[in-house]
Design a protein around this ligand. Structure first.
Ligand code: ZN
Length: 121
């Protein structure tokens, strides 16, 4: 292992997926690497996560229209700790590059696969 190309972009994507609360196996599948690679990376970054129920990563309505930045909801709107991504977006876009890819490019195929993986795991 260790051949995965960690750079600013992949790390940002990983962090976004991590913050979404999905399981390692699903993150690994999305990023095209192995579960061990993402677990190892999270460990090296010092990220810790409490075991939690699967939550589908989903775009949420922008509750704060005045707010600039990515309106991708991270976490569950009903739970403490929910927040919006807030990253810089392209003009007229609702989401940052990372979340635009998650929301649009990888839909619906990837999300379906993620859900299946998560439910199986
Ligand atoms: Zn974002």
């Amino acid at each position: 292992m260790g051949g995965f190309d960690w750079n600013a972009e992949t790390l940002l994507e990983f962090k976004a997926l991590w913050d979404s609360g999905i399981v390692f196996s699903a993150i690994a599948r999305i990023m095209g690497t192995t579960k061990n690679t993402v677990i190892g990376k999270a460990h090296r970054e010092g990220w810790q996560r409490q075991p939690r129920r699967w939550q589908r990563a989903k775009p949420t309505p922008n509750l704060f229209p005045d707010k600039r930045g990515c309106s991708f909801g991270i976490g569950d709107p009903g739970e403490k700790g929910f927040r919006f991504c807030g990253e810089r977006t392209a003009p007229g876009a609702s989401f940052c590059e990372t979340h635009r890819r998650i929301c649009y490019v990888k839909r619906p195929v990837e999300l379906e696969r993620i859900t299946k993986i998560a439910l199986a795991g």
